[in-house]
Write a protein that binds this ligand. Structure first.
Ligand SMILES: [Zn+2]
Length: 280
């Protein structure tokens, strides 16, 4: 199916947080939209209200797949397309060493699996993460690597010939957020006497990308409430203290109404953009 948007994500819930708006916008314009999720999110924190982490942990992958199914339905982005790897956990944790983890995945095999998905969906636009995976999570960094290579390899017939007919993706983007964003949201929350979730820890690398690298800023304010509804489908990941659940409604547009991208490649002229499909 040509003409659509394919977003490649690391865990269930990432699709709603960073690309819920562009997915809804694409669907609203009559374009097909889909999400590939590289891991099952088995190591996510279990913070959902009334959920017993100990009981839920062994079947968290299953629970999160059901949550992803519900979120994708709300977004109009089809059914889950899982790459089949295990959540690697945060950097430096034991999950990084699990042989089933995405972090330990055979690179060539992972690219081959994603090429199969790309060639089957034949998107006009493919979205993966920036080089730091937005905030350094190993699965996000791996999603960047595998996503970029698969986007290129999908168009080369001699690569992965068993993965379907070659498809050259015309536009490839990296999902990110500008460094200035955290400061902006923190300022607004503090002005209201509310705690900010953005830690100002000089020992941690900054989240997102330098503002000047961002090529494409998409206004998704018309879709903010539906985007949040999709996010809320990931109930196991949203505790009562969640940043997303506690954001005052008047800050929803500011906090969730914009999605940012770095254009990695475009086969069509697209100098100044406010739309992933500009020029197509
Ligand atoms: Zn994630």
């Amino acid at each position: 199916m040509a003409g659509g948007l394919l977003c490649v994500h690391a865990h269930p819930d990432d699709e709603s947080i960073s690309t819920g708006g562009v997915l809804l916008r694409a669907v609203g314009e009559g374009r097909p939209a889909a999400v590939v999720t590289c891991t099952g999110g088995e190591l996510g924190e279990i913070v959902g209200e009334g959920m017993d982490p100990e009981k839920l942990r062994p079947r968290l992958g299953e629970v999160r797949q059901a949550e992803l199914t519900a979120a994708l339905e709300i977004l109009g982005a089809g059914t889950p397309r899982l790459l089949g790897y295990r959540d690697s956990g945060m950097a430096g944790t034991s999950g990084n060493d699990d042989e089933r983890s995405f972090w330990r995945a055979d690179f060539d095999q992972a690219v081959g699996r994603l090429v199969t998905q790309v060639r089957a969906f034949r998107p006009d636009v493919l979205v993966t993460y920036d080089a730091f995976g937005q905030y350094g999570h190993p699965d996000h960094v791996q999603t960047h690597r595998v996503g970029l290579v698969a986007a290129e390899a999908a168009g080369v017939p001699m690569l992965y010939p068993e993965a379907g007919e070659a498809w050259q993706v015309p536009k490839v983007y990296l999902s990110t957020l500008p460094r200035s964003f955290a400061a902006l949201v923190s300022e607004e929350l503090q002005r209201r006497g509310l705690p900010t979730p953005f830690e100002d820890d000089p020992d941690l690398p900054p989240v997102g990308s330098p503002d000047e690298l961002i090529t494409t800023t998409v206004d998704v304010r018309p879709f903010v409430e539906r985007k949040l509804t999709a996010l809320k489908a990931h109930a196991s990941q949203l505790g009562p203290a969640s940043f997303f659940l506690n954001m005052p409604p008047e800050l929803h547009d500011l906090a969730f109404g914009t999605e940012w991208f770095i254009r990695q490649r475009s086969d069509v002229p697209a100098p100044q953009e406010d739309d992933l499909f500009a020029g197509l």
